[in-house]
Design a protein. Structure first.
Ligand code: GCW
Length: 653
């Protein structure tokens, strides 16, 4: 067994002088031991009985504070954390740790309550130890079709997740292969229960990804038809067996009828039929189903320009609004395509009025540099949460929609595919730790700025001078822009190597069945998604948004080619033509990565050697890769359009 040595942002030594000499815990029950352990560990103080203790953790059931929220007050040399449940105290303790990781502790009253009820992490880990779209080594949970049982590591992971407010977790890939289908049976339930017991200590509920065809795959049945009574019985029994050993089991995550996975379509049933069947089985145990909306035709004919993958989720799910049981939650990716560097926000947000929903982000950097490139994702996620759907007029942001629809929702929130693996620093690229940290912090409180989240992460992780902090911030806060510049222009996306999705291959998906095209020819490029002349995707938005996207003059430029097919000499607001913009941004992007090298070097004496070398190596790779992106894209468009770079730089013809 190998243990992670990297505590990421939970570094005890980063705690500045604190005034506590002892602490007391009042009325906590289920998490009492965890609270005791964490406070004693971080502040190096002991639990006492006296009420004059300097740090007081107290559950006040009658208080109006959200069960996962907390209040921190400081008075008469006593700091108090109060909540209406143990859970809130736990999050309050981590908040206190963050306060002392800052240079100074300001005595002010703090009230913090989570904006999202479900705050989840999804692993795409396979039982054989591999991780789908994983860039940080193998699975922390599995190896060679067995459980690794690395309890010490799992507990540290649970702490890392709890410290950023995560309360739900799946451990296995949504593509549930043969052996993983048995996770819900006696064969493995004891192992699952063991993991659940570790995460439970940190208020994290365990869920499993399941195979919709389980009745056939593992139940020896002939059908998985959701309206068949025996199939329903199968699932009733499965859930009963699970709850017998894991009484607080969370429920299921399901990828059905998606990328060749089985689903209700096989039986001529709807997604509501499929999801509700599982919902019924889980209902009496208080379990829930996360049903993914990543459903599209992945056998498309590239010759057909009317089918538009972007339309798929809405086309499949909008008409089912209101048909899902109350313990079924639709899990919707942030964009209509697939976690691209830049794409529109899914129009399902703001369309579904009577359906529970969680939004799905991707922390693992599948299309965003695979943890070899620096890409701080928080600014991108913020843009999604702040996006105005106009559902109920101006100000109907995605975050508001998640909170307010449907009226009686209690499990709405956010989930994300995680970026951790067995690498010593958890995320492969040390700076990618900021994305995991930032995800948790942002979904707890979406009003936090990208900058302040980054600052918190740096305070917990490094001991940087203020100049050092500014340098690192300047790299990370601009990293989305930089990456976007040297990769795909103006919202196009998908110009990656098919399969593994790393590095440029401009036509890699152009004649494929995946529905991901850019349609570049000698005159222009981009996907026409307008009602007037294109696929009509723009109509999936409310009027105000529809009109903005439909008209090329008002369409935000960063999404111009996502919505429109335009000629190379189309003039942007900057006065540049599209082709000149492509050339300029690709040269600039590369140069910005060159500057990363210089900047990182200047931090050599401010970070530990392992971190220094890790990031240095990765920037070297990033630069190589950015060069490839720059030259392939510039050459490709130069050859297509035959238009010279106005600045006469080297473009390989
Ligand atoms: O982004 C795509 C990935 C697949 C993934 C799929 C999904 C788990 O390339 O690897 O499968 O999305 O979200 O289901």
């Amino acid at each position: 067994m190998s243990y992670h040595k990297d505590f990421c942002w939970l570094q005890k030594k980063k705690l500045k002088n604190h005034p506590f000499n002892n602490f007391i815990i009042k009325n906590a029950t289920s998490l009492h031991e965890t609270l005791k352990k964490e406070v004693a560990y971080f502040f190096e103080i002991s639990l006492v009985e006296e009420s004059e203790a300097s740090l007081i953790l107290e559950v006040k059931e009658e208080s109006s504070i959200h069960p996962e929220g907390y209040k921190i007050t400081a008075e008469n040399k006593q700091v108090r954390i109060i909540s209406s449940s143990d859970k809130g105290l736990l999050y309050g303790v981590y908040h206190l740790i963050r306060l002392f990781q800052k240079t100074k502790f300001v005595e002010e009253e703090i009230l913090s309550e989570p904006e999202n009820q479900t705050r989840m992490i999804n692993h795409w880990d396979n039982f054989d130890g591999s991780v789908e779209r994983g860039y940080a080594g193998k699975s922390i949970f599995f190896e060679k079709n067995s459980f690794r049982r690395d309890d010490e590591n799992n507990e540290l992971y649970a702490r890392l997740l709890a410290s950023i407010g995560i309360n739900s977790l799946t451990i296995n890939n949504v593509n549930v292969h043969k052996e993983e289908s048995y996770f819900i049976t006696d064969k493995y339930l004891n192992e699952i229960a063991h993991l659940a017991s570790i995460f439970r200590k940190y208020n994290i509920k365990l869920f499993l990804s399941i195979n919709f065809a389980s009745p056939i795959e593992i139940g020896n049945m002939k059908t998985a038809d959701p309206l068949n009574e025996e199939v329903q019985e199968f699932w009733n029994k499965v859930t009963k067996d699970i709850y017998d050993v894991i009484p607080d089991f969370g429920g299921f995550v399901v990828k059905a009828d998606s990328e060749n996975r089985p689903g209700p379509f096989t039986y001529g049933r709807t997604h509501a039929d499929g999801a509700n069947m599982l919902g019924r089985a889980l209902k009496k145990h208080d379990g829930i189903v996360f049903w993914r909306c990543f459903v599209y035709n992945n056998h498309q004919d590239w010759r057909d320009r009317t089918t538009d993958r972007a339309r798929a989720a809405y086309d499949h799910f909008y008409e089912l609004d209101g048909e899902f049981n109350d313990n079924v939650i639709l899990q919707i990716k942030n964009g209509p395509m697939d976690f691209q560097v830049r794409e529109a926000v899914s129009p399902l947000f703001g369309a579904l009025k009577e359906t529970n929903q969680v939004l799905e982000f991707q922390i693992t950097q599948e299309y965003t540099g695979q943890q070899k490139h620096i890409f701080y994702l928080v600014p991108q996620w913020k843009e999604v949460l702040d996006f105005d759907t106009w559902m109920k007029g101006k100000g109907s942001t995605v975050q508001k929609v998640l909170k307010e629809y449907p009226a009686k929702q209690k499990n709405n929130g956010i989930t994300a595919v995680v970026n951790v693996g067995r690498d010593e620093n958890w995320t492969g690229h040390k700076l990618a730790q900021a994305n995991l940290f930032g995800y948790g912090r942002l979904i707890w409180d979406p009003s936090l700025s990208s900058d302040s989240i980054l600052e918190e992460w740096m305070n917990g992780t490094f001991e940087l001078s203020s100049n050092g902090k500014e340098i690192l911030k300047s790299m990370m806060l601009n990293s989305w822009d930089t990456y976007e510049k040297y990769t795909s222009p103006l919202g196009i996306g998908w110009m990656v190597e098919p399969g593994h999705h790393y590095g440029p291959n401009i036509d890699g998906y152009e004649y494929s069945m995946w529905g991901t095209y850019h349609f570049s020819d000698s005159k222009g490029l981009g996907v026409d998604r307008t009602v007037a002349t294109g696929t009509g995707y723009t109509r999936q938005y409310h009027d105000e948004v529809f009109e903005q996207y439909e008209d090329v003059a008002t369409c935000p430029e960063e999404l111009l080619l996502f919505f429109h097919h335009l000629p190379y000499n189309y003039q942007l607001k900057s006065g540049k033509t599209i082709i000149q913009h492509i050339y300029d941004t690709h040269f600039e992007g590369y140069e910005e990565v060159e500057r990363y090298q210089v900047k990182w070097k200047s931090l050599k004496n401010e970070v530990d050697e392992t971190t220094y070398l890790n990031v240095k190596e990765r920037i070297k790779e990033q630069l190589q890769s950015a060069r490839e992106w720059r030259d392939q894209i510039n050459t490709y468009y130069y050859r297509k359009a035959g238009i010279q770079d106005k600045k006469g730089r080297t473009i390989y013809s």
